[in-house]
Every structure is written in C-alpha cells, then in structure tokens.
Design a protein around this ligand. Structure first.
Ligand SMILES: NC(=O)c1ccc[n+]([C@@H]2O[C@H](COP(=O)([O-])OP(=O)(O)OC[C@H]3O[C@@H](n4cnc5c(N)ncnc54)[C@H](OP(=O)(O)O)[C@@H]3O)[C@@H](O)[C@H]2O)c1
Length: 214
C-alpha cells in the first residue's frame, strides 16, 4: 500500500513515515513543503511529494496519484495566528480530502484533537483551532471517504507505551506522539475503524485492542 503522509515533516508525521517504512510491506509518500526537508525521507526509502498546503487542490491531487490511503497530520502549529489555523487545519484539510476524492483514494485518516466535537467545551483560547478541527472533521464525515478521525489529547515527546484508551468521549489527558503514530498505522490496517471518530489518550489497553472497541 502507498500511504500519503501529509505533514510528514511534523513530529507525528516523521514517526508515521518511519513506522510505515518499517512494515516492509507499505511505502510512505512523505509530503513536505520545502526541498531541504526531502533528504531524510529519501534515506528511509520513502517516496516524496513537494507540495505546499496553501496551494491548489490540483497540487494536492498530484501528491494523491497512485496512493491507497491518506494520513493528514499537518497543523499550523501553536506559534501562528488564527489565519494560518483556518488555512491549514481547516482549508488545507478539506482541500486534501477533495484531492483524495478527485484521485479516487478512498481511505483517509486524520489527526484531530480531543473534545473538539463538543462545541460547548471549546476553550476560549483555542476556539479558532477547535472550530477548524471540528469542521474539517465534519466535512470528512460527509465526504463519502472511508475515514477514521483520531482525536488525541495533549501530545508529549515521551517514548510510546503502546497502551492507550480510545473512546468517543474521554477526559482530557496526554499521549506520546509515538503512540498516536502507532494508532494511525493500526487504524489503517483495521477496517473496523472506518467510519469511526474517537478521542485518544494514554491508558492501559494495547492499541490494536483499544481501537477495535470504539
Ligand atoms: N500539540 C498538541 O498537544 C496536539 C493535541 C492534539 C492534536 N494535535 C494535532 O496533531 C497534529 C500533529 O501534531 P505534531 O506535533 O506532529 O505537529 P507539527 O510537528 O507542528 O507538524 C505539523 C506539520 O504540518 C506542516 N505544515 C504546516 N503548514 C504547512 C504547509 N503550508 N504546507 C505543508 N506542510 C505544512 C508543518 O511543516 P513544516 O515542518 O514545514 O513547518 C509540520 O511538519 C496537528 O494537526 C495538531 O494540531 C496537537
């Protein structure tokens, strides 16, 4: 399977590409926006695509060619303003969904954020971010794509434990990025996660088992 990783140069994205390459069966297509970001992915044996998420749907569709699944783990990051949040976390996410549809790619896994499906729980300081994530998720749900929406809690850079909790609603908590990356791969290889959306934090259940129970 060829898996397009959008946001490959990010902290989760890099781990997803590495884990895909480590399967030995699947190939990552690492999508980045700058030429100088390509080297490490080529060294891993991954395919690459050079596309800026602020570009056109056709640019994104070119990255979706010959791809079997898309993982969207890009984000505007905490240091940008509401303008970039809207352009990346909302607009670029939906453009990528449209590009996938245009190229006939059915499977789409997105990294959202814990609790954003409850508007009444949006924190004032994160309201643009929550709105962007929420409405991107809503668009995905009605897109006809075979989606999985993963809504992790606060991300840490600790080593993964392989143990999580996954459910439609969880209390806020944290999770290592590595466990989110492992969950993305587990979702891609478990078709029972198609059409599912779930919060994800560290827990006590092995990842493959936890996502099956959602
Ligand atoms: N931080 C948290 O606690 C938290 C909690 C829940 C969910 N999340 C979500 O988890 C996801 C991944 O998190 P992370 O820590 O891996 O994020 P990250 O390290 O900030 O990675 C985000 C990636 O998106 C890429 N990107 C941004 N704008 C782009 C553009 N115009 N064109 C191409 N690529 C672009 C960035 O590219 P560059 O490398 O070129 O900048 C970066 O590689 C994000 O969607 C985030 O919102 C975060």
């Amino acid at each position: 399977m060829n898996i397009l990783v959008v946001g490959a140069n990010g902290k989760i994205g890099k781990q997803v590409v590495r884990k895909i390459q480590d399967t030995g069966n699947d190939t990552a297509v690492a999508m980045v926006r700058k030429e100088e970001q390509l080297g490490p992915f080529k060294e891993m044996g991954a395919k690459t695509a050079l596309v800026d998420l602020e570009g056109s749907i056709d640019d994104l569709a070119s990255a979706c060619k010959d791809v079997d699944a898309v993982v969207f783990t890009a984000g505007s990051g905490g240091h940008t303003g509401a303008d970039k949040t809207m352009l990346i976390d909302l607009d670029a996410a939906i453009k990528t969904m449209k590009a996938a549809k245009q190229e006939g790619v059915k499977r789409f896994v997105i990294v959202s954020a814990i609790g954003v499906h409850h508007r009444e729980k949006w924190m004032d300081k994160a309201k643009y971010y929550s709105a962007a994530k929420h409405y991107a998720d809503e668009w995905l749900k009605s897109s006809g794509l075979d989606y999985t929406i993963i809504r992790p809690g606060g991300l840490t850079n600790e080593d993964g434990t392989g143990l999580v909790q996954a459910a439609v609603d969880l209390e806020r908590g944290e999770i290592p990025r590595e466990d989110v990356a492992t969950t993305i791969l587990a979702a891609l290889s478990d078709n029972s996660t198609i059409g599912k959306s779930f919060d994800l934090t560290s827990g006590k259940t092995p990842i493959a088992e936890a996502i099956k129970q959602v």
